[in-house]
Design a protein. Structure first.
Length: 113
């Protein structure tokens, strides 16, 4: 029972749309905060900050600060984060492949009396 509760807590993080998009964008290597923000359409600065902190806390990504002026902060998937990306990739690909059908279904549903 306790494992089910703990699993649900983890699924809340990794099932979050922003978390999955961050993991997807980091597939090719480390990126800075501004690069992530530009790559993820619609995410606010605050939501990106919260998502990155949650993913770092859970061991999905690492945050590296280089002491230069201005400081250079980058984010990169850990080995566990890369396995999450591999697991989530089919779901993300399915989402992209079915966007037109989903849009059409939503429009038809919304047009119903």
């Amino acid at each position: 029972m306790q494992d089910a509760c703990r699993t649900r807590a983890v699924l809340d993080i990794v099932g979050d749309k922003w978390a999955l998009l961050v993991v997807r964008v980091l597939k090719d290597g480390p990126l800075r905060f501004t690069e992530l923000k530009r790559a993820i359409d619609g995410i606010s600065q605050r939501m990106l900050t919260v998502t990155l902190r949650d993913l770092e806390r859970d061991g999905i990504l690492t945050r590296t600060v280089r002491e230069v002026m201005p400081p250079h902060v980058s984010y990169e998937l850990t080995s566990m984060g890369r396995t999450l990306r591999e697991a989530a990739a089919p779901l993300l690909e399915w989402s992209i492949a079915h966007l037109p059908e989903i849009d059409a279904a939503r429009a038809a549903y919304d047009d119903r009396p």
